[in-house]
Design a protein around this ligand. Structure first.
Ligand code: F6P
Length: 419
């Protein structure tokens, strides 16, 4: 291994938060300290905050084992996150010069970014600029997203815990619906995140078991959504059961490519990567059913509950998130740059997955969708193969550290006000 500098590390969190993102942060920190780095800085709100000179010394926040265990159990980005797209290198060299000046002033040798496909665009550009200018700073991505849509990896930390929460919550919604007898029946529509990938919505099928029939239909964004067919299916279901529960992705589109959430107005907000805020899909469909079928309806938009549910986190997910944080730090320490850590699954049962590093240029801004063969012929459910894939990722629990009856999170005095 060439004589690599090992002075300080800086780590940031970017994109949609998850309930495992801080376990990765803890993994980066622990490995950096074990490998002899003097300081581990944390960017406040990712690269956007770094450019404004906002960062902390993580050693002042993770002072002992209890802090580390609390951090692993704290949902959403402890350091604050951002949705900030760096400009193309040759269009704005000044931006990159400024970032690298800050990194040089902090004597940074390893830059770790915990994020999804959009965030890997940052690792790609910074590592390209380093090579262009002869900087020896190493840039490595640590995978993170509840959407599970990162390319080249079997799955992504954050997904398992969100899937566990979704399967559990859908099961409880089904149980609630069964317990009430409505004169004209009831249709509950559960709206689930995931943008254009249906991995999260498919996890609603986890509700099915000996004690629960599971949802009556599941609609993924990978397939065109037929509104009339949906209404007809609900009408047929209400003829044989009083309570119908349907899971829909926030990102379902009609055959002409229009988001269903836009049919009811939806939100006009668009983020820095051009992603439109997807909300109101369940509300639109519930109101449509109510007017067409005269039944009672509920629109249950899980929204940020599904990505902040640390009280229902998957042990496998939290442990793997810590593992990839450490693996990203190890890769940078050993000279890798322009890479992201990925999972390679070698066995479903017993579950076995290992980590590797892959070229971030083949991952950034890409999407990995649910294979068509993992959805049934009709297009309104997932197959047993999907369940075999997701089941290992939701195993085990991570008991919250309860104080006065409520989960305790890591919060150093005054720090939350800095975010
Ligand atoms: O990227 C994760 C995610 O939670 C998506 O599933 C969702 O569509 C998006 O973030 C919501 O983004 P925001 O919280 O910025 O509205």
């Amino acid at each position: 291994m060439q004589n690599l500098k090992k002075r300080n590390v800086i780590v940031g969190q970017s994109g949609g938060p998850t309930s495992a993102i801080n376990s990765s942060l803890a993994g980066v920190f622990r490995t950096a300290k074990e490998r002899g780095y003097a300081k581990v800085y944390g960017m406040i709100h990712g690269v956007q905050g770094l450019m404004a000179g906002k960062y902390i010394d993580l050693s002042e926040h993770i002072q002992n084992g209890l802090d580390e265990e609390l951090l692993k159990r704290t949902p959403a980005a402890y350091l604050g996150s951002c949705r900030y797209k760096l400009p193309k290198i040759h269009e704005n060299m000044e931006t990159f010069k400024k970032i690298f000046q800050i990194l040089d002033d902090l004597e940074i040798d390893c830059f770790i970014y915990i994020g999804g496909n959009d965030s890997m665009d940052t690792i790609q550009k910074l590592s390209d600029y380093a090579i262009l200018t002869g900087s020896e700073i190493r840039f490595v991505g640590c995978p993170k997203t509840i959407d599970n849509d990162l390319a080249l990896t079997d799955h992504t930390p954050g997904y398992g815990s969100a899937a566990k929460y979704i399967g559990t919550s859908v099961k409880e919604v089904i149980r609630d619906g069964i317990s009430m007898e409505m004169p004209h029946g009831m249709v509950s529509i559960v709206e689930i995140m995931g943008r254009n990938a249906g991995w999260l919505t498919g996890a609603a099928a986890l509700a099915k078991g000996e004690d629960c029939p599971g949802p009556d239909a599941i609609y993924l964004p990978e397939l065109p959504f037929d509104v009339d067919k949906f209404v007809a299916k609900c009408e047929d279901l209400l003829k044989v059961k009083n309570s119908v529960v349907v899971a829909v992705s926030e990102g379902i589109k009609t055959a002409d490519g229009k988001y269903v959430s836009e049919l009811g107005g939806g939100a006009d907000y668009v983020d820095a990567f051009g992603h439109k805020q997807l909300t109101g899909t369940a509300r639109y469909l519930a109101d449509l059913l109510s007017s067409k079928l005269g039944c009672k309806t509920r629109a249950i938009e899980l929204s940020t509950l599904q990505r902040a549910a640390s009280h229902c986190a998957s042990r496998v997910d939290i442990l793997e998130a810590y593992e990839v944080g450490g693996a990203a730090m190890k890769a940078a320490d050993e000279g890798d740059t322009g890479k992201m850590v990925v999972f390679v699954r070698t066995s479903d049962d017993p579950y076995q997955a290992n980590t590797e590093v892959k070229d971030v240029h083949k991952i950034a801004n890409d999407e990995r969708l649910v294979p068509r063969e993992w959805v049934n012929e009709e297009g309104d459910d997932v197959t047993p193969r999907f369940i075999t894939y997701v089941r290992p990722l939701i195993q085990g629990d991570v008991a919250p550290i309860m104080v006065d009856g409520i989960p305790r999170h890591l919060a150093k005095p005054g720090f939350i006000n800095m975010l």
